[in-house]
Design a protein around this ligand. Structure first.
Ligand SMILES: [Fe+2]
Ligand SMILES: [Fe+2]
Length: 282
């Protein structure tokens, strides 16, 4: 399949996963500057299952609320519109996307465990470095590899070539993609998140998580995702010298990846909590 055919195929997929109407409605209110605590809470509360999942999420240890929130309105008041909107996306993605697609020994549950780990690690790096809002980092981390779920379902032939290449050469998934596939999970992830009308910085984080070069304009979001991904893939140990970061990011991130003892134990506990929340019963 050539690159043009890939894009045509993507455009023609009729059943691409969508985000729930709750997200679209909240997003529209925010874009039109018409959001209030009451109307955002009302939209979410119309879906009781979603509301209770969100309350469970924001009250869980890894969302970091000091006082328990017992209503969506209270959660919006404490966390802000953006964090609650991100919580809607995070809950919806795990509830909507498939846990059933299979390909040889590619394990979709393992895939989601990886995504949840990267979400928590990104959130911790964002929180500790104070570079970007932690909930943006959490959501971007959760979505960073989402393109793989589309690849496995709609681009089986490319996925199969990549998988075979990985087994043969023991290279990474993204290196195998670069060698043998017409498209990669990064481009598909960016396509999907754009279709979902997620904010541009989130789309860019998904799009840039393998091949990003820090610049003076970098906010640090993509760096948090890249480093979280590397930590998750390496048994939580990475060589800080492998990463060239701009000064304003280096100065707050390097101490964190050099001295992981100061935050990693807590992050690993949060990862376990997040597995329970997102993956239980899947
Ligand atoms: Fe990736
Ligand atoms: Fe990853």
């Amino acid at each position: 399949m050539d690159n043009k055919t890939v894009w045509e195929t993507l455009e023609n997929i009729k059943d691409l996963p969508t985000l729930p109407s709750v997200y679209l409605k909240v997003n529209k209110l925010l874009q039109d500057n018409k959001a209030s605590i009451e109307n955002v809470a009302h939209i979410i509360e119309v879906d009781p299952a979603m509301s209770s999942r969100i309350l469970h999420l924001v009250n869980s240890a890894f969302y970091g609320l000091r006082a328990k929130s017992n209503s969506i309105a209270h959660a919006v008041m404490i966390l802000g519109f953006n964090a609650v909107k991100n919580a809607v996306v995070s809950v919806a993605v795990l509830d909507t996307l498939s846990f059933k697609d299979k390909f040889q020994n590619f394990n979709i549950t393992e895939f989601w465990r990886h995504s949840v780990s990267v979400a928590v690690l990104s959130k911790q790096l964002a929180e500790k470095s104070r570079l970007v809002p932690p909930d943006d980092a959490f959501m971007s981390g959760l979505l960073h590899d989402i393109g793989k779920t589309i690849m496995i379902k709609y681009f089986k032939e490319d996925f199969s070539k990549v998988w075979q290449r990985m087994q043969e050469t023991k290279c990474s998934f993204s290196d195998a993609e670069a060698d043998v596939a017409a498209i990669d999970h990064v481009q598909i992830g960016a396509y999907l998140t754009r279709k979902w009308q997620l904010p541009e910085h989130i789309i860019q984080a998904v799009a840039g998580h393998h091949y990003y070069i820090s610049s003076s304009k970098s906010t640090g979001l993509i760096e948090c995702i890249m480093l979280a991904d590397a930590l998750a893939n390496s048994g939580y140990q990475i060589d800080p010298d492998l990463y060239v970061l701009e000064d304003h990011i280096e100065k707050v991130i390097r101490p964190l990846i050099t001295n992981t003892e100061s935050w990693l134990p807590q992050a690993r506990t949060e990862i376990e909590t997040a597995y329970e929340f997102f993956l239980e019963g899947k």
